[in-house]
Design a protein around this ligand. Structure first.
Ligand code: SAH
Length: 341
């Protein structure tokens, strides 16, 4: 049995600084007419308090009741003031959808459209949360089952594709870049005469961005260009394409079969382009070794990104293992799961 670890899902990039340059919404420091001295609480503006701590004058330490009349208000330390703000924010957000739960958790909240800028209704928020939960569930199935089972799921529940792709689009909108755009850029530098097969094409971004002939394969047709099929069995002749692309699409557990299919449809010397979530690779060397045994030699790789890795490989004649029944060692990728919020 392969040990499976949950891969880190790419989040939006961290903010440039942990300290906001402007006071966050609801932060009294930003309010006109706020309590005397509060403007000094910003970085560099704090006075020195008891025990040498930086303090925000005018704010009281908790538990000081009774002392108020006799002694002047003891100011809060900066840390205490921050904690108090954090607790107030928590209280305020208690009954909101997952918006405060970090990037991945925001999925539910973000899918709520608030017409005319109004706050979403309870019903909208609940539907949105349900959608997010369904997305996580479908995503998990795609990563933990064979491509055949995934195809069956999408056939039996046509709505699953819509839910999955709405969720995927929300996630992709937060990434620093979409790897499919990087691959499109790479292919634009190569002859437009090359025939491309896009395995797991999604909304056909690749086909839309290239002048080439692009065969688009997916479990559901988000676009009329898509041929609906399981990527382990695409309706193409042997040796009929120049480039096979898997952009965030190596999802099924039967990776060997899927990659063998790419090998089958590629002409001799054809190119395999792979973009995947960086944290899915438990052992990159072993993965590339397994690809070599399946008949794909590494040409170049870009593993400098914090979120995604990209690889260019060439089809070789040495595809002995491609005929074998054994799953090549090292081929496994971690599933890319989203946290439940
Ligand atoms: N390549 C696109 C979409 C990536 S999302 C992009 O980068 O924007 C992964 C895609 O793979 C989804 O559209 C999903 O439906 C598709 N997919 C997953 N398993 C598949 C299978 N067995 N056969 C065909 N497509 C599959």
């Amino acid at each position: 049995m392969r040990a499976r670890r949950r891969a880190r899902v790419p989040d939006a990039p961290p903010p440039p600084s942990a300290l906001p340059a402007v006071p966050p919404e609801g932060d009294p420091r930003g309010r006109a007419g706020s309590r005397a001295g509060s403007a000094l609480c910003g970085p560099g503006g704090a006075a020195s308090g008891p025990a040498g701590k930086r303090v925000c004058p005018g704010r009281r330490l908790p538990g000081m009741a009774g002392g108020a009349a006799e002694e002047p208000r003891r100011p809060l330390t900066r840390q205490q003031w921050r904690n108090r703000q954090k607790n107030r924010r928590r209280q305020r957000n208690k009954f909101k959808p997952a918006a405060s739960c970090g990037d991945r958790g925001r999925l539910a909240a973000e899918s709520v459209e608030a017409p005319g800028g109004r706050a979403p209704s309870l019903r909208q928020r609940l539907e949105s949360r349900l959608d997010a939960a369904r997305f996580r569930y479908i995503n998990q199935l795609l990563y933990t089952r064979s491509s055949r089972e995934a195809a069956r799921l999408f056939r039996e529940d046509p709505e699953a594709a819509a839910v999955y792709h709405r969720g995927f689009a929300l996630q992709a909108a937060r990434w620093p870049e979409r790897p499919v755009e990087r691959l499109a850029q790479h292919l634009r530098r190569r002859p437009a005469s090359l025939v491309v097969a896009d395995f797991g094409c999604g909304d056909c971004t690749l086909a839309r961005s290239l002048p080439n002939r692009v065969h688009c394969f997916d479990l559901a047709a988000l676009d009329p260009r898509v041929t609906v099929c399981d990527m382990a069995q695409v309706p193409l002749e042997d040796a009929s394409v120049d480039v096979a692309v898997f952009c965030l699409a190596l999802m099924g557990t039967n990776l060997r079969e899927i990659l063998q299919e790419a090998h089958r449809v590629l002409r001799a010397g054809g190119t395999l382009l792979v973009a995947e979530v960086a944290s899915r690779f438990a052992d990159l060397r072993a993965f590339l070794g397994a690809l070599a045994r399946l008949g794909f030699r590494l040409v170049s790789k870009d593993v400098s990104g914090s979120h995604f890795y990209t690889f260019e490989l060439r089809k070789t004649d040495r595809a002995e293992a491609a005929k074998g029944a054994e799953e090549p060692r090292g081929l496994a990728l971690r599933p890319c799961l989203y946290k439940r919020r």
